[in-house]
Design a binder for this molecule. Structure first.
Ligand SMILES: [Zn+2]
Length: 405
């Protein structure tokens, strides 16, 4: 506000007619001030018209009052239209209300589009999935003969809540409590229909999530989300690259190089990647840029870096991008208000893995396992031969020691 105060003082000193109005106007967004501008133009036209018609005295006052009312109407009307538009946008986006507990959808006497598009972001989606699972089990008559039936379900409400509100939010806790209840309902149903002695269960997740940077200090940690300066740094790298190699269609999209351009300009992919990686690595948010040449080479010295194996596992020589940007730890790749996952750090990739084997007592195994191990382990437990090229390790012997059945 200091700049506005100083500016008003300046306006008073130069004898401006309404310094406060001008100063407030400076502070308002263009969308709002544009209505004031239109109102002002109408008033100026009115004055010009009155001068031409030589309107004076009471008549002039009456006309001026009408003009002021009209101009104010434009300004107030703009605000009202803004509120109306906001309501329409909100209804269209199907957003939940911002306070917990949330309302779903918007002002409507019946479930409408806004309601249904909000529904996907609520914990009730998981309970709805349990209904679907029960219909599937009945419709397909699962678990009724000697053959193994496999049913895979994805309870995704926690992902939405995690993205929108963060893992430490009331919303995430609410989803967990309700998911627990929904799973309880499914298990009770399975027990009644098939009998839990015949049901093997496994629960896991495909990723974790980063705590909202704003909530990190509570945990004694410091992090941040990327901001405009990081975007500018990326853009400068791209500009530096274009200056160095000449302007051209260098990229197909994001981190995918255009090999046609490289061929036409007789440039090695590794040369171009190296230049880009070096310049991006100068950006404050960037920890390291991995190039496809680096990931595809088998050079042993690279094994020094613990993240190399992870990026190498994620890389497909034909389908993957040419560059991977690894941001610094606890640096969130989101310009908005949400949080996300996708980094190689523990908080994004450490997930639980639970397997319930009928007849085996529950216990915790502290060995480091991978989600990839789940398929061969389930196959091992069920006595199904896994294809020889299936990735992952079979832990079934560890879960069911020999002699126990
Ligand atoms: Zn997600």
């Amino acid at each position: 506000m200091e700049s506005v105060v100083l500016f008003s003082l300046g306006l008073v000193l130069i004898n401006a007619p309404s310094p406060m109005l001008i100063a407030v106007g400076m502070y308002l967004p263009l969308e709002t001030t544009s209505a004031i501008f239109v109102g002002g133009c109408i008033k100026a036209l009115l004055h010009w018209f009155m001068r031409r018609r030589q309107v004076t005295g009471d008549d002039a006052n009456r006309v001026e009052s009408t003009g002021t009312l009209l101009a104010s109407g434009f300004i107030a009307g703009e605000s009202l239209t803004g509120v109306l538009l906001a309501a329409i946008v909100l209804a269209k986006a199907g957003m939940l209300t911002s306070n917990f507990p949330h309302a779903i959808g918007s002002f409507s006497l019946a479930p409408d589009d806004a309601f249904y598009s909000s529904f996907g972001g609520t914990p009730f989606m998981d309970d709805y999935l349990v209904d679907l699972a029960i219909s599937l089990i009945e419709g397909e008559d699962l678990g009724r003969d000697d053959a193994v039936d496999f049913l895979s379900l994805s309870f995704s409400a926690l992902d939405s809540a995690g993205h929108d509100y963060g893992p430490n939010s009331r919303e995430a806790l609410d989803v967990m409590l309700r998911l627990d209840r929904s799973l309880g309902r499914l298990f009770a149903y399975l027990d009644e229909r098939i009998g839990m002695a015949h049901v093997m269960l496994s629960l896991s997740a495909d990723h974790g999530v980063m705590t909202m940077p704003e909530a990190l200090p509570v945990l004694g940690l410091l992090g941040r989300r990327v901001d405009a300066s990081d975007v500018v740094c990326y853009q400068k790298s791209q500009e530096d690259f274009q200056m160095h190699f000449g302007r051209d269609e260098w990229f197909i999209e994001e981190m995918y190089l255009n090999y046609e351009t490289l061929g036409r300009r007789n440039l090695l992919r590794s040369t171009v990647e190296k230049r880009l990686a070096e310049s991006l690595e100068r950006c404050a948010a960037v920890e390291k840029v991995w190039t496809s040449t680096e990931l595809e080479s088998q050079s042993p010295d690279l094994e020094q870096n613990e993240y190399l194996r992870l990026y190498r596992n994620s890389h497909h020589p034909v389908r993957s991008p040419d560059l991977y940007v690894q941001l610094k730890p606890l640096t969130l790749n989101s310009l908005g208000t949400e949080t996300t996952h996708g980094s190689p750090y523990e908080y994004d990739r450490h997930v639980a893995m639970l397997i319930r084997v009928p007849g085996v007592h529950g216990r915790r195994i502290a060995d480091r396992v991978r989600t990839l191990d789940l398929a061969p382990t389930l196959a091992g437990l069920l006595g199904i031969a896994a294809p020889p090229d299936l990735e992952g390790a079979d832990w079934s012997r560890r879960l069911v020691p020999l002699g126990v059945d």
